[in-house]
Design a protein around this ligand. Structure first.
Ligand code: C2E
Ligand code: MG
Ligand code: MG
Length: 654
């Protein structure tokens, strides 16, 4: 008996110590979450149960025979079963919350979930009120050797059935939603099942030694180490869950195919405020923001993300509830946040996304933060599905550009430019094409602005320039009657250091004089008013590259600047041609443009001529050169060379 006491007391003490350690180290987490709360209940059960075993052993060793001792013994049994009964359902809940089945479910389901165990608990406690030999679940008697023996009552199997039901339910949920669990979670949960099962099996064969509780405590220690170490997922300042938790929780919910709404808040002024107020003061503002958000949404659904952004996951509620929350946030965030003597009034972008309609999988979460975020006047702007659609497309285009540069998906097409007086193709414009294996053909009107924004235009610009030079050299196009090429340049390429030098170097490499390469620039109001940019444009002219003004008539064409900038060629936009076709005013505008340009000795190219009538119309105004589908669409290199050879009737000498 004595050895048994030592082993059992030792095991119970070990189980108690481990479980208490798990309980205490999880307590410091200040957030309530189902996963966390259920873990605490599991810990509680795991340290109270061995405590009752220790008590029993103590009573038996040091107690004196009599009714009092029997009651203490009995009492420990009741407490043991009351707590132990919670273990299976708590662990079930733990699994359900880990794999996203449970998150945000209606309260009613919770209530139903606890009913079976509550019935068992009532039966547990009722034991006390039954006569000693008629207790339904368990009893304690004095054995033949005079020691106290614990016996199972007739209905004890109900206790096991209920526990088994919860275990089966958790196993079912575990398997059904296994996609929502990462490898770490799967291994942790499987180890928990295995360790507790091992405890039960060993206990079954070796009834006298209480292994079960020890194994249980041991497995919750595993959960603590693997799953419950929250340190990396909490924001130190606000105590809210951080971006890692945000990502994980979304990944879990999406894998569990939940339908819900994500609201994110970010401020384009974040860095500015951080700079102005300093981190410590800004922390105060963030606390206020966090306090406000957690006053309208439960704190476990509010996330404090990096760079001063916040995320909210709304699982419950109708469309109108979501609208109301968004409106509340909007109204609050239009007002400043005051902290001591400090007041911050940053602008905010609120993005409202529906899962799975707007965001289908976790890899798309970054769309919530992408896109233009500043540059607006209102304090708060709200972006919904439509903006997300644009952002997604934009992101996809960005991906296609990066892929294109890596895998050579860009092509340069050439569109011939015809000269009226000589009836020859004298020039061509190099036009960029992107044929992406995923998105198909993407027009430059769509990808150039994206490349301009993300900076890839610099690399692309060089690539087009070099490709055009390579093509010119390879086909000796000067021998085919081509006198120069037109190459587009975006103003976003101008900030590049020594652009003229690099262009010159490329031209030299292909034995082309800079005068052969006309740089086309579309003027924007920004560029025209920016002296720095104007200087940079002039630097291109200084090293010998002629300039063409693209899309004349659409954007910003300041006449004085036009003359000062020494453009050699003016490309007249297709829209002017279309209005000239439509009525006398348009006709008069276009014919006057030609008069003026010819008077000032500019070389002109009419863009977008598609029909014979259009061609004749502008020739009657004094047009010199024409680029348009009437002659040819932009075509790949070989087709272009063939076209020029045929048109200019030259035999290729190479
Ligand atoms: P852009 O420089 O004004 O180029 C002329 C555009 O008019 C080309 O569109 C051309 O296909 C189109 N076009 C020519 N003739 C006709 C016609 O008869 N009818 C109609 N409807 N359209 C005609 P594309 O190739 O789609 O290029 C669009 C714009 O993308 C270009 O306008 C240019 O601003 C930009 N882009 C194209 N390639 C480059 C490049 O390599 N670098 C830069 N920075 N921009 C480029
Ligand atoms: Mg152009
Ligand atoms: Mg143009």
């Amino acid at each position: 008996m004595f050895t048994q006491l030592n082993i059992n007391a030792g095991l119970a003490f070990g189980a108690f110590a481990i479980a208490l350690f798990c309980f205490i180290s999880s307590l410091r987490k200040n957030l309530s979450r189902v996963q966390h709360a259920t873990y605490l209940i599991i810990c509680l059960s795991c340290f109270v149960c061995p405590l009752t075993s220790i008590a029993e052993e103590l009573f038996l060793t040091f107690g004196k025979d009599g009714d009092g001792l029997l009651w203490l013994f009995m009492g420990s049994e009741v407490v043991f079963f009351v707590f132990h009964s919670f273990l299976a359902p708590s662990f079930g809940l733990y699994v359900l919350s880990l794999n996203g089945t449970l998150v945000g479910r209606k309260k009613r389901i919770w209530f139903i979930y606890w009913i079976p165990v509550m019935l068992v608990e009532i039966a547990n406690i009722a034991n006390i009120f039954f006569p000693r030999d008629a207790r339904p679940l368990y009893t304690a008697t004095v054995g033949e050797a005079g020691n106290y023996v614990y016996q199972r009552g007739d209905f004890m199997f109900i206790f096991y059935i209920v526990a088994g039901l919860y275990v089966l339910l958790s196993l079912f949920a575990f398997i059904r939603n296994i996609r929502a669990l990462n490898a770490k979670k799967i291994i942790s949960l499987l180890s928990f099942y295995a360790a507790t099962l091992a405890g039960v099996v060993i206990q079954f064969f070796w009834k006298d030694i209480k292994f079960e509780a020890f194994f249980e405590s041991f497995s919750i220690l595993g959960l603590l180490i693997l799953l419950e170490s929250d340190t990396g997922i909490i924001n130190n300042n606000t105590g809210l869950y951080n971006e890692i938790a945000f990502y994980n929780d979304n990944a879990t919910a999406m894998a569990a195919k939940r339908k819900y709404t994500i609201i994110t808040l970010q401020s384009p002024d974040y860095f500015q405020y951080l700079e102005m107020l300093g981190q410590t003061n800004y922390n105060g503002i963030e606390l206020l923001v966090a306090r406000y958000l957690t006053s309208i949404v439960k704190s476990q659904y509010v996330y404090h993300l990096s760079n001063g952004a916040y995320g909210i996951m709304l699982y419950e509620g109708k469309e109108s509830d979501v609208d109301m929350i968004v409106q509340m946030i909007q109204h609050r965030f239009e007002e400043p946040f005051g902290y001591g003597a400090i007041e911050a009034s940053p602008r905010w972008t609120i993005t409202v996304a529906k899962v799975p309609n707007d965001i289908e999988d976790p890899s798309q979460l970054h769309y919530l933060f992408a896109g233009k975020n500043g540059g607006f006047e209102q304090k708060v702007i709200i972006r919904d599905s439509l903006s997300l659609r644009f952002i997604k497309r934009r992101s996809k285009i960005e991906g296609a550009i990066a892929r294109g540069l890596r895998d050579n998906n860009f092509k340069v097409y050439y569109q011939p430019i015809w000269d009226a007086s000589r009836n020859k193709i004298l020039s061509a414009e190099a036009l960029l094409r992107l044929i992406d294996p995923e998105l198909g053909f993407i027009g430059p009107d769509e990808f150039i602005p994206v490349a301009e924004e993300n900076g890839t235009i610099i690399e692309l610009g060089h690539w087009v320039f070099e490709e055009a030079c390579k093509m010119a050299k390879k086909n000796e196009i000067r021998n085919l009657g081509i006198e120069w090429l037109e190459i587009n340049l975006s103003v976003y390429q101008l900030p590049e250091k020594d652009l003229p030098g690099r262009f010159l170097e490329i031209a030299h490499r292909y034995d082309l004089p800079p005068s052969f390469l006309n740089i086309e620039i579309t003027e924007t109001a920004d560029a025209a008013n920016d002296n720095e940019l104007v200087d940079r444009i002039q630097n291109l002219v200084k090293v010998g590259f002629p300039l063409s003004l693209d899309d004349y008539g659409t954007g910003y064409s300041n006449f004085t600047r036009l003359i000062k900038s020494r453009f050699r060629t003016i490309k007249i936009d297709r829209s002017l041609l279309l209005s000239a076709e439509q009525g006398p005013i348009g006709k008069s505008v276009l014919s006057n443009i030609y008069k003026t340009m010819n008077g000032l000795s500019f070389r002109t190219i009419q863009e977008g001529v598609e029909t014979e009538e259009q061609k004749n119309l502008i020739l009657s105004f004094g047009a010199q050169m024409i680029q348009g589908y009437f002659f040819s669409k932009p075509v790949p290199e070989e087709e272009f060379i063939e076209y020029v050879m045929k048109f200019n009737r030259v035999k290729h000498i190479s």
